[in-house]
Design a protein around this ligand. Structure first.
Ligand code: GLA
Length: 436
């Protein structure tokens, strides 16, 4: 209310979760499998639809506001920083000829940004969902929203990400991960049964410098792998043009070995192919409660990302190694794009506090950085937190609004365990073109 004025009953509140990817890293843009879960850390947006002909985006985490016409052509503007993400989403929605309503949007986040927990996808999805909410309510086609937001990120912001992040933020389900086939978008929910263990998110506090260029470099290497393999298959008379394999994740390891003489390319392909298999196996372990086996797969995944795909770096390796020294930790790996950001660990319930102290201490000693730790629950995808009548003025229930101030209450079940808060001080860290 302080930011935009007007009565509280006209305010609608939306939430989009961040995500952890349990396993299946750098497989999405290779047509492979991923196994992400939506988490209770996320991005909130309070909205007032005012019937005007503009949309204003403001963030409590960043200074300045950006206002764009509700029917005009939005174009990328580097000086708009993070606001290019909602602008890109708006542009993609307008291309689909929706008649949107003018509004004022205020965002805030308890999700650490630029930390590999999908802050970009959360920002995109919460924006798409809220802009369309007066028109379609909660019956939006969520897979369509995910592909639209990915298009905004690829084409407007200019980051060549895969579909995983947008898909899980749109489609997440409480207590389940999603096994997603990124070649077909076929998916199934996989109950996450961790028994006596729990997931701890570990933020290395290392910003992903060079993350985007390295990410694009890996993508290009994988495309090259597929080209070389298919060329080999054609030369051997085993395939019709344009090639036998449509995705690197589908190539048998022996075939990759046969055609990829370049050692670096072979290592990239080996990661993608073996990671795909691990992901499928993990999707069998989790519902069965085979936690130790799942932990083993996490460790193998990290090793493959470190040695073959080379996207971990000193900080992620240090935090994973230090976690695994603790005997109550049965698995740990980086999550997301890599090059810094977050890792996850599977730690015995009731021993999490005992785990944090030595890991923080030795991580700090090795890197000079102060790590942050979080536990959180697995939650549903993007949603309106307070049901409001479609086409109506907004939230009717005053209970939904924070009595102590002007902001709706943060209803995150997330618990930050240690480390200084990021949200209060830091900006969102959305460099245009960064991998959130
Ligand atoms: C980032 C991208 C995803 C995916 C992961 C790596 O999070 O946005 O599409 O490629 O990296 O698995």
């Amino acid at each position: 209310m302080n930011v935009y004025g007007g009565p509280p009953e006209d305010v609608w509140v939306f939430f989009a979760p961040g995500r952890v990817n349990l396993i299946g890293e750098h497989t999405d843009y290779n047509g492979g499998l991923v196994l992400p879960a939506a988490i209770s850390l996320g991005i909130y947006a309070a909205v007032r639809f005012d019937g005007g002909d503009s949309i204003t985006f403001t963030s409590l985490n960043e200074p300045g506001s950006v206002t764009v016409p509700v029917r005009g052509q939005a174009s990328f503007d580097p000086s708009h920083g993070w606001a290019n993400y909602p602008k890109g989403v708006l542009k993609c929605i307008l291309e689909e000829r929706f008649d949107l309503r003018g509004c004022k949007v205020l965002y805030w986040a308890d999700l650490p940004v630029g930390a590999g927990l999908s802050s970009s996808a959360a920002l995109e999805l919460v924006t798409a969902y809220l802009l369309l909410y007066p028109l379609v309510g909660d019956s939006a086609d969520r897979i369509h929203l995910a592909t639209l937001c990915r298009r905004a990120e690829n084409e407007f912001v200019g980051v060549e990400c895969g579909i995983m992040d947008q898909f899980i933020v749109a489609m997440g389900k409480r207590d389940s991960a999603i096994l997603l086939d990124c070649a077909t978008l076929d998916y199934r929910y996989v109950p996450v049964r961790l028994g006596d263990y729990q997931l701890v998110i570990m933020n290395t506090a290392k910003k992903r410098a060079l993350g985007e260029s390295k990410y694009n470099e890996r993508r290009a290497e994988c495309e090259r792998c597929l080209e070389v393999i298919n060329r080999g298959e054609r030369a051997a008379g085993r395939a019709r043009a344009p090639g036998r394999y449509r995705a690197l994740a589908h190539v048998p390891l022996e075939e990759a070995q046969r055609y990829l003489n370049d050692e670096v390319l072979f290592k990239r392909a080996r990661h993608v192919i073996t990671e795909n298999k691990r992901t499928l196996e993990a999707a069998r372990c989790l519902p069965a409660g085979s936690v130790r086996r799942f932990g083993r797969l996490m460790i193998e995944s990290h090793e493959s990302l470190r040695d073959d795909y080379e996207v971990t770096g000193r900080e992620l390796d240090a935090i994973v190694e230090e976690s695994l020294r603790f005997e109550g930790c049965v698995g740990a790996r980086m999550t997301g794009a890599g090059f810094g950001g977050c890792a996850i660990a599977l730690v015995e319930k009731g021993r999490v506090e005992e785990f944090l102290a030595p890991v923080s201490r030795s991580y700090r000693a090795r890197t000079g950085l102060e790590p942050y730790f979080y536990t959180c629950s697995i939650v549903d995808g993007v949603r309106c937190l307070e049901p409001a009548p479609v086409g109506g003025g907004g939230i009717r229930d005053d209970e939904s609004l924070d009595n102590q101030g002007d902001l709706p209450v943060l209803r995150s079940e997330t618990q930050r365990l240690a480390g200084a808060g990021e949200r209060a001080r830091g900006g969102w860290g959305f460099a245009p073109g960064g991998l959130g």
